[in-house]
Design a protein around this ligand. Structure first.
Ligand SMILES: O=P(O)(O)OC[C@H]1O[C@H](OP(=O)(O)OP(=O)(O)O)[C@H](O)[C@@H]1O
Ligand code: HPA
Length: 182
């Protein structure tokens, strides 16, 4: 964990790449797209803790159709800016069996997290798997999964805000920032 002063210094040197207004408009657009596609299917919506907490909190009240909600927790970055082995903290449960499952996450980066979640959800007998990511990082490399619903594309830089942390800090920011390039 970093100190409050270190967090402030990181924000001070960072570049805003998506405003809070753009974030809000994007979530609204995504809610419409998800409703048009899955609104009749009574999906089980799974939020991937902890990064998707803000996206989920803003999206769910805009989904105007019946759904069930649960959460899972998979972590690959911890407080680092490079991904490592995936650690399951809360696995998908048997309640996915037979369901249309929609997974919500804040960012699709290298794609390993979402691909592992898809594999586990399908292994547990979900009827179908769908995923919505608020942001998709343009890494320039092939990913093991593509999202069905995408909010914004992000440059290949370490980003934070709107649920995404930098060394544990700043998930609470309403806009998205990229850390200073060294
Ligand atoms: O596409 P990938 O390269 O696999 O990375 C994407 C994942 O990384 C972040 O989670 P993180 O591992 O930071 O877990 P946390 O939200 O609990 O900090 C993010 O919330 C995604 O779930
Ligand atoms: O760029 C990122 N920022 C925050 N969390 C992340 N998890 C994967 N990539 C990122």
């Amino acid at each position: 964990m970093i100190s409050a002063q270190e967090a402030l210094d990181i924000l001070d040197g960072a570049e805003q790449i998506c405003t809070a207004e753009e974030v809000t408009a994007t979530v609204k657009r995504m809610a419409g797209e998800i409703g048009a596609s899955l609104g009749e299917s009574h999906p089980l919506v799974l939020s991937v803790m902890g990064g998707a907490v803000v996206f989920s909190g803003q999206l769910l009240p805009l989904l105007n159709f019946p759904l069930d909600f649960d959460y899972i927790h998979a972590s690959r970055y911890g407080n680092e800016t490079q991904g490592n082995t995936l650690q399951w903290k809360v696995m998908p449960k048997e309640n996915v069996a037979g369901r249309v499952v929609l997974v919500l996450d804040d960012i699709l980066d290298e794609g390993h997290t979402l691909a592992a979640i898809r594999d586990k959800v399908l292994e547990l007998g979900a009827r179908s798997f769908h995923c919505a990511v608020f942001s998709d990082k343009v890494t320039g490399r092939p990913k093991p999964i593509q999202a069905d619903f995408i909010g914004i594309s992000l440059p290949n830089r370490y980003v934070f805000g709107f649920g995404m942390d930098v060394r544990g800090a700043w998930r609470n920011l309403p806009a998205i920032y990229a850390v200073k390039e060294s």
